[in-house]
Design a protein around this ligand. Structure first.
Ligand code: DC
Length: 232
């Protein structure tokens, strides 16, 4: 079995983390994990049941009663709630508005961190993306990245992403949602969005997706060399 290889990619919304993680994992021949999708599933469960998204007494029974996992046969892996694909449900505006409240609840974070480490035990060659992957979940990762970009650029990317899915969006509302989410994610007491010490910081403001992935791949290959599939 190939040796464990964990690459973490953290950063705020709109830095291109998800797409870059997927492409990087593909180039390296390893799996990828979207940890934001897991917090979004908890948010879906809260909205479905009318739970208070800030109250662990409401949220923890939901996490215990429902299975949040991934279909690893899909590429990228598709998140599921009780074995039902949840990709559509987790991308709604309601979920976008509540997920950072859910993700600020320490008990929820503890459960998700454990679930992410369990996934890595099953999938030990992984690009894992989120907000706390290099700082909290995998501080001993082989390579840790932190992506940034100017807020206006991040908002524009998010709008383009949603429009590409065929959704009509209000650009000003998206920008204020991103800024609001960043503020909550960066100031929460447990697992705040921070650039982990020793992580490689990449400003993606003036890079396209291919250039971001090139930069990530270069750094990984420099650090772990032959531990990954050879370049195409
Ligand atoms: O990456 P995303 O937009 O799907 O993330 C959704 C929310 O979940 C966002 O508010 C940040 C939060 N999150 C988190 O707190 N920790 C993670 N590891 C991943 C996401």
């Amino acid at each position: 079995m190939a040796p464990r290889l964990i690459v973490t990619i953290d950063g705020p919304a709109g830095t291109g983390k998800s797409a870059a993680s997927h492409m990087l994992a593909e180039r390296l021949g390893i799996d990828c994990l979207d940890t934001g999708a897991m917090y979004r599933c908890v948010s879906v469960l809260a909205l479905r049941t009318g739970a208070d998204p800030s109250d662990p007494r409401d949220l923890m029974p939901l996490i215990e009663a429902h299975a949040i996992d991934f279909d690893w046969t899909a590429d990228p892996p598709v998140v599921r709630i009780d074995s039902v694909p949840a990709e559509q449900d987790i991308r709604t505006a309601d979920v976008g508005r509540t997920v950072s409240i859910v993700a600020a609840v320490p008990e929820v974070r503890k459960a998700m961190v454990q679930a992410q480490r369990d996934i890595a035990a099953e999938h030990p060659r992984l690009v894992s993306e989120g907000r706390d992957q290099g700082s909290v979940v995998f501080p001993d990762a082989d390579v840790r990245f932190f992506l940034t970009a100017e807020p206006a650029v991040r908002a524009r990317r998010r709008v383009a992403q949603l429009e590409a899915r065929g959704w009509a969006v209000d650009a000003a509302a998206i920008r204020s949602e991103i800024e609001g989410r960043d503020a909550i994610d960066s100031t929460r007491t447990v697992g705040p969005l921070v650039c982990p010490e020793g992580a490689i910081e990449i400003d993606t403001t003036s890079l396209d997706l291919g250039e971001v992935v090139d930069a990530l791949e270069r750094e990984v290959r420099n650090r772990v060399g032959k531990a990954v599939a050879p370049p195409c």
